[in-house]
Design a protein around this ligand. Structure first.
Ligand SMILES: [Mg+2]
Length: 434
């Protein structure tokens, strides 16, 4: 896809022969005749990329079994499950990810269904990530098959600017790993991610700063990062259907009507996104889980176990000087059904008592008589510990909790994590607010 709209000298890159040449009107490469061209201003300053594998699980299965290459393929959890990924052939029948399998098979009865092989997908995802990391240390994975790359200042190392470097990477992934990716390149994460989705599969879209407003204007507000079904309905009810509707308002109005979130939406609607590409942290989540010797439905037993695990998790958070903004409770029932319940978006914390209050409120909703074989708690969405759990006018309890936990922690350092201290913490916390 060729980008138009900017003034000045332009460069055209052929994604097949990987040659950059001065921009012209031709829609095909002068050297090899390929139509797969991408254009950008001379001295391109766009260095933030989003790379997304095309139909990742399905493409891996097709790669590994070439007899499937032209058949509609669904990777998913058997006939009673849902579609994890479907190939582009299956998509022409209307099959989509997250669709119930019976519905997908009604649309496309001839589809081949394969159960997911996560271990294999993780392995392939790592291979691709390591090719990305050869280009820049600033690789921020956002799922198994997609990542942001910041190529700022990498020109000297690669002897090429970001556009050519990325085209080379796409070719390398095709030839060495046998999968295709779609690339979005812009000057911020939001536009890069949006761009990678515009020309799938095997796409390459560059969104220049001057194009951002016009590109975004006709899109539904749901295309803005973080606007899910609920937020979309809320915005629609406020008369905001298209991103252009938000662009038409001034920042103060958006802020007045929709709070801090309104300010964020106003900026993203204009393609303004200051978030940096932050390389993968060593730690993506800190968690603890327990498999019971005997399946249990006993509230007190589950609650006590949960507290012990929250304390373990808190100790690790403190050790790594992290605070979390999200807690996930994991339960596996006696018949192996998995339940996960999460809460996120609270003030960063590393205190066991706070983790426990959140996790316990999630647990209590699940106590429906089911017997559980496994209980787990995990934390994610980390922030620096600095400034966490300081307490404020609204929540004066935090200061007290912090002091108490500090005292328990130092006792533990002296005497070890004894059951007595745990019991103390248990009594001190359970009777409090839900
Ligand atoms: Mg993908």
């Amino acid at each position: 896809m060729i980008s138009h709209g900017a003034e000045g000298a332009r460069v055209v890159l052929c994604r097949d022969c990987l040659v950059e040449s001065p921009g012209g009107d031709s829609s095909r490469c002068a050297l090899c005749g390929s139509p797969r061209l991408v254009a950008y201003p001379h001295g391109n300053a766009l260095t933030i990329a989003h790379i997304d594998c095309d139909a990742f699980y399905a493409s891996i299965e097709k790669r590994d079994n070439p007899t499937l290459w032209d058949r509609p393929l669904i990777v998913g959890g058997g006939r009673r499950g849902v579609v994890s990924t479907c190939c582009y052939v299956a998509r022409t029948f209307g099959v989509r990810s997250a669709m119930p399998m019976f519905q997908a098979l009604k649309l496309c009865p001839e589809a081949v269904v394969i159960g997911p092989d996560m271990a294999k997908y993780v392995r392939v995802g790592r291979q691709i990530r390591s090719l990305m990391q050869d280009l820049t240390p600033l690789v921020e994975p956002i799922s198994i098959d997609e990542a942001f790359l910041d190529l700022t200042g990498c020109e000297g190392v690669h002897g090429a600017g970001a556009p050519l470097t990325l085209a080379r990477l796409a070719r390398k992934i095709e030839s060495e790993i046998g999968l295709t990716v779609s690339i979005g390149l812009s000057d911020c994460k939001f536009l890069a991610k949006l761009a990678s989705d515009l020309d799938k599969p095997r796409g390459y879209t560059i969104v220049e700063r001057v194009q951002a407003m016009a590109l975004l204007a006709p899109m539904p507000v749901s295309r803005i990062w973080g606007v899910g079904k609920v937020a979309q309905t809320r915005l629609n009810n406020a008369g905001l259907r298209l991103i252009g509707d938000i662009q038409a308002l001034d920042e103060t109005t958006m802020f007045a009507r929709h709070g801090a979130e309104g300010g964020r939406l106003w900026r993203l609607a204009r393609g303004i996104d200051k978030r940096r590409v932050t390389p993968e942290r060593e730690t993506k989540s800190i968690s603890s889980e327990t498999t019971f010797d005997v399946d249990t439905a006993d509230k007190e037993h589950l609650t006590r176990t949960l507290l012990v695990m929250c304390e373990r998790v808190a100790a690790r958070l403190k050790k790594q000087q992290l605070a979390c903004k999200s807690v996930t409770l994991k339960l596996r029932t006696a018949d192996f059904k998995l339940r996960t319940r999460a809460r996120s978006g609270f003030e960063p914390t590393q205190l066991a008592t706070r983790l426990f209050l959140v996790a316990r409120s999630l647990l209590e909703k699940e106590l429906d008589g089911a017997r559980f074989r496994l209980l787990g708690v995990s934390t994610a969405d980390f922030a620096a510990a600095e400034g966490a759990d300081q307490g404020d006018l609204v929540d004066k309890d935090i200061g007290r909790e912090r002091a108490r936990e500090d005292a328990i922690d130092s006792l533990r350092e002296k005497f070890g994590a004894s059951a007595v201290v745990r019991g103390l913490a248990f009594k001190a916390t359970t009777p409090k607010r839900p």
